[in-house]
Design a protein around this ligand. Structure first.
Ligand SMILES: Nc1ncnc2c1ncn2[C@@H]1O[C@H](COP(=O)(O)OP(=O)(O)OP(=O)(O)O)[C@@H](O)[C@H]1O
Length: 489
């Protein structure tokens, strides 16, 4: 396994140079696979995992023999569940990642990586693959008993323990097996097909991208790659703890919409859900209030915990075998290479996601459009933070503020210079909407960037991915994500 921390663009080419890992992994692989699954069984007696093992064993054999026909078992590598094509150059920038090989491969790396090493602790990957095997068995079960859906998996753990990497790997492997899993991202610090500050649910029907994972989406703009149409909700706060009531309400809304969507698509329903969460949900003081809400709203069937023994024990006590819920809770190994990303790195990542949303990637570029609106044409609402709500009585509000009391989550507002460099969410609902729950729960059509506010001429210029104007739809902005000052020249 090659672990990389890359601050700048670096091309990677599978084949030649630095020899990574060549050994007779096939037998070792199966051996470890057996012991891991038995271990799961010991830890959690909710299901007979031996059956899972046999089915997955067969699937894995099929996959390996297919590869063998394609030219032998060496030279294959993957990045979080997505296979790298041989003799293809990939360019990575501003990321930390691990390239994994099951059978050995050769990589040619050029450019500067901040750090680069051969990882020895690869057992976690075998364990993760076992989890994929279990999910495959549950998906097969769902296929046979068609009224039942596939596995609905919740992944929890502290920050930076590999939760998103596990989600990506499980999604990538599932797609390789012809599944169409639905991925739900509930971490507002890091967007999935969207800028930060949103919840996303997307059914993944085509293979993920090596360089960009879930890639870019049509809510960003027309793309040449296969489209993934996400369902997006706006949560303009950096952590769930800032506005837990809004966070929980949006979970309910997302769960409802996802459940309805899955009912219309049997393949997606059988493939199940994988839910990524922010580390702040790991909150014993609230008795894991938000996790409990999530488990109930999404009817979770499997909880995977990473990186915290206490969390595993608490989850097991709360939802595991002894509880009335009896949901299997598994403790999954944190990858040794998963690293903390400091505030500067996270800020860079967030800016990169915003830039990518409007301008695309080097391989799939987008052309955003400029829109100018007069103050009078706009229906803008400010999403209050707890501190803003306390001081909002002193804010300048016009007559139309009446339905939004000072303690409310939203306030109708007049555009101001504070909005410069910030993102706003364009909602499906009309701006004349006076019910603040409808405003909160309305999905997002897309995001726009505030590139200029002219308080004298009373107009605002936005950058948006699409040429169409949004008419009288509600526009919401909040304290998150932070301003990006250099998006446009
Ligand atoms: N085996 C590995 N080797 C090197 N880097 C890794 C490995 N696994 C994960 N990483 C990197 O470590 C960082 C943290 O991992 P990840 O984002 O998956 O954690 P997380 O628990 O989802 O964090 P958060 O809760 O903050 O989103 C990421 O940059 C990821 O790419």
């Amino acid at each position: 396994m090659l672990c990389l921390t890359i601050p700048k663009a670096i091309p990677i080419n599978v084949n030649s140079l630095a020899k990574l890992h060549v050994s007779n992994l096939k037998s070792w692989h199966y051996q470890v696979y057996h012991s891991q699954v038995l271990d799961f069984r010991k830890r959690n007696q909710a299901r007979d995992y031996m059956q899972d093992l046999q089915v997955f064993h067969k699937n894995l054999e099929r996959r390996i023999s297919r590869r063998a026909q394609n030219g032998g078992s060496s030279g294959h590598a993957e990045l979080f569940g997505v296979e790298l094509a041989p003799n293809q150059t990939y360019t990575f920038s501003g990321c930390k990642a691990a390239i994994l090989t099951w059978h050995g491969c050769q990589l040619e790396v050029s450019g500067d990586a901040e750090s680069e090493y051969l990882g020895q602790e690869t057992e976690y990957a075998v364990e993760w693959l076992n989890v994929h095997g279990m999910l495959e068995t549950a998906r097969d079960d769902a296929q046979m008993h068609s009224s039942e859906g596939g596995p609905r998996v919740l992944i929890v753990g502290p920050d930076f323990v590999g939760k998103s990497s596990l989600v990506r790997s499980l999604a990538g492997w599932a797609v390789t097996y012809g599944r169409t899993p639905t991925i739900v991202n509930l971490d507002p610090r890091e967007g999935l097909l969207t800028p930060p500050g949103s919840f996303t649910a997307v059914t993944v029907g085509s293979q993920l991208e090596v360089e960009n994972g879930f890639g870019i989406s049509p809510i960003s703009g027309p793309t040449i790659t296969p489209v993934k149409t996400p369902l997006v909700y706006h949560y303009p706060y950096s952590t769930p703890l800032e506005k837990p009531d809004v966070y929980k309400a949006l979970i309910t809304r997302t769960a409802l919409s996802v459940t309805n969507k899955l009912e219309e698509n049997s393949g997606a329903k059988q493939s199940g859900l994988i839910i990524d969460t922010p580390g702040t949900l790991n909150d014993p003081k609230s008795n894991y209030d938000i996790i409990t809400h999530l488990v109930s709203e999404f009817s979770i069937t499997l909880i995977l915990t990473l990186g915290s023994e206490r969390l595993f024990n608490d989850m097991n006590r709360k939802f595991g075998q002894q509880s009335s819920e009896a949901i299997p809770v598994l403790r999954i190994s944190k990858p040794g290479g998963a690293v903390e990303r400091d505030a500067a790195f996270m800020k860079q990542l967030q800016n990169q996601q915003i830039r990518q949303y409007f301008f695309g990637t080097s391989k799939d570029s987008l052309n955003p459009h400029s829109h100018t609106y007069s103050f009078a044409e706009l229906n803008i609402f400010r999403a209050n933070s707890p501190s803003l709500a306390a001081s909002s009585s002193s804010m300048d509000m016009d007559d139309t503020d009446a339905p939004y009391a000072s303690h409310a989550d939203f306030e109708r507002m007049t555009p101001n210079m504070e909005m410069l460099g910030r993102l706003v969410a364009i909602k499906f609902c009309s701006g004349s909407e006076t019910d603040e729950f409808a405003l909160r729960d309305s999905p997002v059509i897309g995001f726009a960037y505030v590139s200029e506010v002219d308080e004298t001429k009373k107009r605002v210029r936005f950058l948006a991915p699409h040429p169409q104007r949004w008419g009288d739809r509600a526009v919401v902005w909040g304290g998150w994500p932070q301003a990006v000052t250099d998006l446009v020249g």
